[in-house]
Ligand binder design. Sequence first.
Ligand code: BTN
Length: 262
Amino acid sequence: MSLLPSHWTPLLTTRTLGRAVSHYEHTLTSTNLVLKDMAKQGAPHGSLCLCECQTAGRGRMDRQWSSPEGQGVWLSVLLRPALKPEDAPLITFACALAMAKAVREVTGLDARIKWPNDLVLNGRKLCGILLEMGFDAQGMYVVAGTGLNVRRGAYPSELAEHAVSIEECAAIPDRGAIIAAYLKALEDAVSALEQDGFAGIAADFRRECITLGSQVHVLGAESFTGMAEDIDATGALLVRTDGELRRVLAGDVSVRGVMGYV
Ligand code: BTN
């Protein structure tokens, strides 16, 4: 099924996300890049950019993101949230939670969150999220980009040990149904953040987060191993090592399970 808005917007149950401007192009550089340009030209909260294929898909830490034709859901949402700039990174948790819910609702698969924002299935990465912030005349904006592997061809074969697609675990889903479910869950999670900060989504996030209760390697300026015990009110991961509880901030580090990627 194509991603033409006329095919999936009838499924939308949101108030604003995906409603105002839905920008679809078959092929573009990167939905994050295009949406950032749209934001600078005044695009409203909730604008969506999606495509079948990205020629310059971008991942976290300046990595490339493979986004071949028709193999995934490659989209970005523009948010102008009622949050302080220092709380904007919390949106990454809202995106992960929303995509976990959408995948479960549409496919029945139990994709879980690897803190802070990867979705994993059977120990391999199913979805990544790239958050980019900026300021314009209207104030702060956040471009939340999501890449979900739907078909086997979504990721290059050399990543097969660490990546997975929905097709490998369930029937090929209607991508439009996933997009509509994601936008609804994201709208709800962002409004919970606006009302109560991380506390508004904390219970749901803890339940979905596979990192809690696992031994992890934290790789950053300082690297160490410990037990991921909890997530605090700011969304930081609390890792116990040598009797000490250390706060790990998303963005600064990469977290790996001691037995592998998860
Ligand atoms: C990660 O490194 O895990 C984040 C990957 C984010 C990929 C998505 S695909 C849609 C959007 N556009 C991009 O260029 N990147 C994000």
